[in-house]
Design a protein around this ligand. Structure first.
Ligand SMILES: Nc1ncnc2c1ncn2[C@@H]1O[C@H](COP(=O)(O)OP(=O)(O)OP(=O)(O)O)[C@@H](O)[C@H]1O
Ligand SMILES: [Mg+2]
Length: 315
């Protein structure tokens, strides 16, 4: 596997499988407002970039970790954009399966500085690769599950990973219905690290949206027999707790945010990088927040994901 030229070796390079739908993101940036039905609005900026699970995969590769992506894309132009973007970052694509043309998952992201709306075609995305097969054919130490579809498709994923001696993290992403389903909630319980944002956490817990993030993380940790629970809260930073431990908070650094798409996925990479180093939870949260904040400073999910050199040279 080739590594990104700007990458230096991680203090503890990990062999990681990122599994979950990968999208070709079409980012329409700097919109003054969302269009109504029958209307057209014009974007000031535009970017095409690998999205979904690709964002955390690229962010981890930029930190020097050995990352394989397990996903399906169409054998088509959008699939080529995604695969070339990932290969250029040194992500191993041996477990990317090609499907019929026209089936690459695609998302139109309509973004303004502090919020975004998505329209998505899932295509082959839910047709997840079997993680047991990937683990049997690799020496992965960690499986990061990006998005709820894999939890629905593979209810024994956490057990398989743990049987192979691999740890598991899970960022469920948003889907109003999926977050209420037993298979998704089961992976939330079984993963070693769970990383929802505050709306996702509320939905997972069946709590109202106005519950504080500190309360959400307390409730999440209570539901989980072990591991670390995190709740991400945009510009308000992130909260975290080890099951049975105190609730901790890290502030989000002040940045000139341009596009929040992918901030949570890049947060995940920073958080995991710190966790693998064995630093205290408050430092994992702080590193995640620094990474998430940096991700908002360019259009496209992983475009501004920091390299290790940038992390080490931070002010
Ligand atoms: N406007 C912002 N300013 C500074 N930091 C931010 C901002 N938005 C996000 N972040 C950082 O990124 C982290 C993750 O962002 P957020 O809570 O929006 O995740 P998310 O909703 O899962 O994002 P996505 O699903 O689009 O990747 C936050 O905890 C925070 O540290
Ligand atoms: Mg997210």
């Amino acid at each position: 596997m080739t590594l990104n030229a700007a990458t230096t070796t991680a203090a503890t390079p990990r062999r990681v499988v990122v599994i979950g739908p990968v999208y070709c993101d079409l980012v329409f940036g700097d919109l003054a407002r969302l269009p109504d039905w029958g209307e057209e609005v014009f974007a000031e900026r535009f970017a095409v970039a690998p999205g979904g699970s690709a964002i955390t995969a690229i962010a981890l590769a930029r930190l020097g970790h050995r990352v394989s992506l397990a996903a399906t894309v169409g054998h088509d132009a959008l699939g080529d954009v995604v695969r070339h973007g990932l290969a250029a970052e040194g992500v191993d694509l041996s477990w990317v399966a090609l499907r019929a043309p026209g089936t690459t998952p695609v998302t139109a992201a309509l973004t303004a500085a502090h919020d975004r709306a998505f329209a998505t075609y899932l295509g082959a995305g839910a047709d997840a690769i079997d993680v047991a097969a990937v683990l049997a054919g690799s020496d992965a130490e960690h499986v990061h599950v990006a998005g709820f579809p894999t939890a629905l498709a593979q209810p024994t994923l956490a057990a398989s990973a743990h049987a192979h001696g691999a740890t598991v993290s899970f960022d469920p992403g948003w889907d109003e219905r999926a977050l209420t389903l037993p298979a998704v909630r089961a992976l939330v319980r079984e993963a070693d690290v769970v990383l929802p944002n505050r709306l996702e956490a509320a939905r997972l817990l069946g709590a109202p949206d106005d519950v504080t993030s500190a309360d959400l993380v307390t409730r999440l940790a209570t539901r989980r027999p072990h591991g670390i629970s995190v709740v991400k809260a945009g510009g308000d930073g992130a909260w975290g707790a080890v099951t049975g431990g105190a609730v901790l908070h890290a502030q989000a650094p002040n940045v000139m945010a341009l596009d929040p798409t992918g901030a949570g996925d890049v947060f995940d990479a920073g958080f995991l990088d710190a966790w693998w180093e064995g630093v205290p939870l408050e430092d994992c949260l702080a590193r995640g927040c620094w990474f998430g904040a940096r991700a908002t400073t360019a259009y496209g999910g992983a475009s501004a994901a920091p390299t290790r050199l940038e992390w080490e040279a931070r002010a």
